[in-house]
Design a protein around this ligand. Structure first.
Ligand code: PLP
Length: 395
């Protein structure tokens, strides 16, 4: 370790990836593990997107693309933002990256100075705090609970702001809680932010389409006064089941996008050419093309909520989007299960792995130590079997 930078030594390993690795290890030992730890749709990529990729190979899209992405892909992104979010961007306000994860890393590198504070309503997506810390920022967690459907209130935001606050990062629909901020709730947060014009917002909307509300999705950038200080992050991993193809993008103020492009130009260059061509087909298609997947997630959510609701000690909110449930399982803390003392959510998640052969993720990784995250991006048969095993392991 003496050769390694403090930067990496201070960094946590992604808890979701660590759990997936552990599950893989146990499977290799012959154990029948059901993996509900990863945030990955279990659908195949729709054929029209695959066809676009095959065509791109045949058309020899094999050279470096522009660093910020192909011009016609940026046009497709501009149209998408207009169609789905009511947001108008120019090509200079768009950057295409290798997944939304790189979009976030670019933003942190481009905007955070040592000691800058970044407000993270907790629970938050696992990588936010480590990306912020890697760039010298200080994550300021705002704890929320099941009582507010895991959403930050305007009063909580107000109380968290200091002269050092640089940004606020959040996802809606939220990974891990599945919570969706309504337009009115975002307006409430915007009222607070209007009093502090130097604070920027990173709005991670990667689960935008996986939304079961009747009111739909609202982008905070579309709320009065927020456009000039919001960077909207999105991508194709979740809605189009394209996680491995690695395409994400941002829309935002030109100077910030330009700075992110400069960083990307030194670090990775433009994203994969074939995946960019396929993304044009994905974004240009009507959203109805992917509705079958959203409907399936909705059904599975109801299934999982119903089955988990029967287990004593699982306290659940009703997630309105994404594909996770985030039960509060603090009921089990201090108890002994089959000779194992459960002190926290990590113990509980490990207990389920070892005694139910079901992989979940501890809420600690998401800034909430009372909960675990269960992904329902799995088949109905797997979900039913997994919850049956969980129930047995806890009885
Ligand atoms: N943001 C959130 C909230 C996510 O859940 C994920 C993936 O798990 C990402 C960003 C990263 O997405 P991508 O696969 O585009 O890098």
């Amino acid at each position: 370790n003496q050769h390694l930078s403090e930067r990496v030594l201070n960094m946590a390993t992604s808890a979701t990836l660590a759990m997936a690795a552990k599950a893989r290890e146990l499977r290799a030992e012959g154990k029948d593990i059901i993996g509900l730890s990863l945030g990955e749709p279990d659908f195949n990529i729709p054929d029209f997107i695959k066809d676009a990729a095959k065509e791109a190979i045949d058309q020899n899209y094999s050279s470096y693309s522009p660093v910020d992405g192909y011009g016609d892909l940026k046009e497709a992104i501009i149209n998408k933002f207009k169609r789905d979010n009511g947001l108008e961007y120019k090509p200079t306000q768009i950057l295409v990256s290798t997944g939304a994860k790189q979009s976030l890393a670019n933003l942190a590198l481009a905007m955070i100075n040592e000691g800058d504070e970044v407000i993270l309503p907790a629970p938050y997506w696992v990588s936010y705090s480590d990306i912020v810390k890697l760039c010298g920022g200080i994550p300021v967690e705002v704890k929320t609970s099941i009582d507010t459907d895991f959403k930050m209130t305007p009063a909580q935001l107000d109380a968290a702001i200091t002269p050092k606050t640089k940004m606020m990062w959040f996802s809606s629909p939220c990974n891990p809680s599945g919570s969706v901020y309504s337009k009115e709730e975002l307006e409430g947060l915007a009222e607070v932010l209007k009093k502090h014009e130097n604070i920027f917002i990173v709005s991670d909307e990667i689960y935008e389409h996986i939304n079961f509300t009747t009111t739909g999705h609202t982008s905070i950038a579309s709320i009065d006064g927020m456009y000039d200080r919001t960077i909207t992050v999105n991508g194709v991993s979740k809605a189009f089941a394209m996680t491995g193809w690695r395409i994400g993008f941002i829309g935002g103020p030109e100077a910030i996008v330009k700075a992110c492009t400069k960083i990307q130009g030194q670090m990775t260059s433009g994203p994969n050419a074939i995946a960019q061509r396929a993304t044009i087909a994905a974004l240009n298609a009507p959203v109805s093309e992917i509705k079958y997947m959203i409907d399936k997630f909705h059904e599975r959510r109801d299934l999982v909520l119903g089955l988990l609701g029967e287990i004593e000690g699982f306290n659940l909110n009703v997630p309105e989007g994404a594909f996770y449930v985030f039960p509060n399982i603090s009921h089990f803390f201090g108890k002994e299960l089959k000779g194992t003392k459960i002190e926290n959510a990590s113990d509980f998640s490990l207990y389920l792995l070892e005694n139910a052969n079901v992989a979940t993720v501890t809420g600690e990784a998401f800034g909430n130590p009372d909960c675990i995250r269960i992904s329902y991006a799995a088949s109905e048969a797997e979900l039913k079997e997994a919850i049956k095993r969980i129930k047995e392991a806890l009885s």
